[in-house]
Design a protein around this ligand. Structure first.
Ligand SMILES: Cc1cc2nc3c(=O)[nH]c(=O)nc-3n(C[C@H](O)[C@H](O)[C@H](O)COP(=O)(O)OP(=O)(O)OC[C@H]3O[C@@H](n4cnc5c(N)ncnc54)[C@H](O)[C@@H]3O)c2cc1C
Length: 385
């Protein structure tokens, strides 16, 4: 690949760190569904997870393009940032909408890694993608809020000190707009009893440390509220573009890993006295996945450029996520097929990465919802839901 990549020193540093975590490390974690703690600790100590926190709060104060370079390189090296990417960007809600007191209290410790903010509770079993239908409530009582309800797919909750929670503070039928009445809370989970907050892990097809949360009269101080009561949905939406761009970078990293692995093997593996890569049936899916990856990469750069210029690139962020997830999935499929039976063997890491890459068609936002966004907000068609 001859084009120039941005942030070359950061990319080099991340690639070097990742070389200490080869396939065997991830295979073991995957087999045991274990949290990759050593990998997360090294990334934290190197400061990469604090890339986007401003310097005044102890972070590196780097732009989004640096965050995207870090996540891309992690995935390009065959590692997975899913265990800790939220530490990089969940703090954005506190940074943009938190009070000075909250920022001064939390951001420096998040930056140095002594406090982990990597649990983000939005999705619920009954509401699914329809976020405004969520049922978890936070009721004000004196100087506290009392939280009741349930979340699902709250990833990394067992490996986080803090939880960013979206809950309803006004009943849905009492607000003019269904997007009103939701509030965001930054909750310190360390001192909560097991009775008021129960965390149950969910085993999934890939190693993702995801959980269900159950709130039973969970008492939190009123000072946990971020920004104004009732504005939480808008606060969460304001962070979506950055998250989608960063996830697109992970998909592009995955696509590069699969394409590299597939094209190398296609050249090495000889069947019928010639390399399998001489057959167009093997070449074309890899070349197509490469084309999709490059298109995604260009869209990611465009989105990041607009974001860094202070814009609100909803179209580009959504397209970058869609194209990135499609490219990584096409590359995963081509890589598995190129490897024939060996692709299914654990020791090649392909089946693991294949399972991991599939997630991005569903989370953090499913492909259908991105297509709905494009249809409605870019092409002006009627809202479908
Ligand atoms: C491993 C994992 C980790 C996750 N981590 C987190 C996390 O940390 N925090 C968090 O809050 N959430 C998390 N999620 C949740 C994730 O964001 C949701 O799974 C995702 O948004 C889809 O919601 P759902 O599963 O409820 O699907 P549903 O909303 O039930 O949708 C099911 C299917 O129907 C489609 N669909 C629904 N409505 C429409 C429509 N109107 N038009 C077209 N298609 C539609 C969807 O696209 C989807 O394909 C995670 C999920 C997984 C699997």
């Amino acid at each position: 690949m001859s084009y120039e990549l941005d942030h070359p020193e950061i990319r080099e540093g991340v690639a070097k760190l990742c070389s200490n975590f080869p396939g065997e490390y991830w295979r073991k974690c995957d087999r045991e569904q274990a949290y990759p703690i050593n990998f997360v600790n090294e990334l934290t100590q190197a400061g990469y997870l604090a890339a986007l926190i401003p310097e005044e709060y102890g972070g590196l104060g780097l732009p989004l393009s640096a965050g995207s370079a870090i996540l891309e390189e992690i995935h390009r090296a065959g590692c997975n940032a899913g265990a800790c990417h939220a530490q990089m960007y969940t703090m954005g809600t506190v940074l943009r909408h938190g009070s000075e007191v909250q920022k001064a209290k939390y951001l420096p410790s998040i930056a140095d890694g002594s406090l982990r903010l990597q649990a983000f509770g939005v999705t619920e079993p009954t509401s699914g993608t329809d976020t405004t239908a969520l049922r978890t409530t936070a009721r004000k009582e004196g100087s506290d809020y009392i939280v009741n309800g349930q979340k699902i797919w709250t990833s990394r909750a067992e490996h986080s000190d803090l939880l960013l929670l979206l809950a309803r503070t006004t009943p849905r039928d009492q607000d003019e707009k269904k997007t009103d009445g939701l509030s965001v809370f930054l909750i310190d989970m360390r001192n909560l009893s097991n009775k008021s907050l129960a965390i149950r892990p969910i085993r999934t097809m890939m190693n993702h440390a995801t959980t269900e949360l159950f709130f039973d009269d969970m008492k939190i101080p009123a000072s946990s509220l971020i920004g104004e009561e009732g504005k939480g949905f808008r606060y969460i939406l304001s962070g979506m573009n950055a998250e989608r761009l960063l996830i697109s970078a992970e998909c592009i990293g995955d696509a590069k890993w699969f394409i590299n692995k597939a094209s190398q093997y296609a050249g090495d593996r000889t069947v019928f006295n010639r390399p399998i890569g001489q057959n167009q049936g093997i070449q074309f899916p890899i070349a197509r996945a490469y084309s999709q990856m490059r298109a995604a990469e260009l869209m990611l750069r465009e989105g990041v450029k607009l974001y860094e210029a202070g814009g609100n690139p909803g179209e580009e962020a959504n397209l970058a996520k869609l194209l990135g997830a499609d490219a990584s999935w096409a590359a995963a499929e081509a890589c598995l097929q190129t490897h024939g039976g060996f692709g299914f063997a654990e020791e090649y890491d392909i089946e693991r990465k294949f399972r991991e890459a599939r997630l991005y068609q569903v989370a953090p936002i499913s492909t259908n919802m991105i297509l709905s966004y494009i249809a409605e907000h870019v092409l002006g068609m009627p809202r479908s839901y």
